[in-house]
Design a protein around this ligand. Structure first.
Ligand code: DX5
Ligand code: ZN
Length: 213
């Protein structure tokens, strides 16, 4: 099983002091999860690549594009802004291989994501190409939703197929649900509300890590 990684999601952080917010968690976070929403694939709109460029951190930037048909030049902006990994959605792209290949050509880690109602079969043909799969455990678009436990069946099947692949879960992750996803085979844990929603963020991360021992 690959290394366990925690990815605080800045969707729940205070963007007016983002670098201070990140500084607090980066020592204990492998990745900083950045949600990009376009108002088309999902109703809300969040930050853009220009904002991402202002982020200063030693942790790796994990960019989650909830974006309809992202073009190469759009993706390029996030690469230039310092992306370590870029995730696209199967449901948002006509031919996800195009985006995956473009991301990889730029030596950035590529990932594909599926929403809770999307079957794993839809992405099986991309499993040999990607560095990570993001299994959404809520409907994408909003923080603070309840973990959809049926998504763990996909994590389980995926782990059987790909023992060494990074499998990320995103949505409703707290110490309890992180453990449920971990037992199914997930190793990368995105958490917004359960970290940035707490006063003591370091304690919140440590609590999730403890649940994964
Ligand atoms: C939801 C985003 C998540 C969000 C998770 O569409 O992709 O990354 O920040 O928030 P919580 O952890 O509060 O469910
Ligand atoms: Zn996300």
């Amino acid at each position: 099983m690959p290394k366990t990684k925690i990815a605080p999601s800045i969707l729940s952080a205070d963007l007016s002091k983002i670098n201070r917010e990140i500084k607090e968690v980066e020592k204990f976070a492998d990745l900083i999860h950045v949600d990009i929403m376009d108002g088309i694939f999902v109703p809300p709109v969040t930050i853009d690549a220009k904002f991402v460029k202002t982020i200063r951190t030693k942790a790796h930037l994990d960019i989650h594009l909830m974006v309809h048909e992202p073009s190469n030049s759009y993706i390029q902006k996030f690469i230039d802004a310092g992306a370590y990994s870029i995730t696209i959605h199967e449901e948002a792209c006509k031919e996800p291989a195009r985006q995956i290949n473009f991301i990889k050509k730029n030596r950035v880690k590529a990932a594909i994501s599926i929403k809770p109602k999307t079957s794993l079969d839809k992405i099986k043909k991309y499993l040999g190409m990607v560095d990570m799969v993001l299994v959404m455990t809520v409907e994408p678009g909003w923080a603070g939703q309840k973990f959809i436990s049926s998504a763990t069946a996909k994590v389980m099947e995926l782990r059987k197929l790909k023992p060494n692949l990074d499998i990320e879960v995103d949505g409703g992750i707290n110490p309890y649900t992180a453990r449920v996803a971990f037992e199914a085979g997930a190793n990368v844990f995105v958490a917004g509300t359960s970290i940035f929603g707490k006063k003591d963020r370091v304690a919140a991360i440590k609590e999730i890590l403890r649940a994964l021992k």
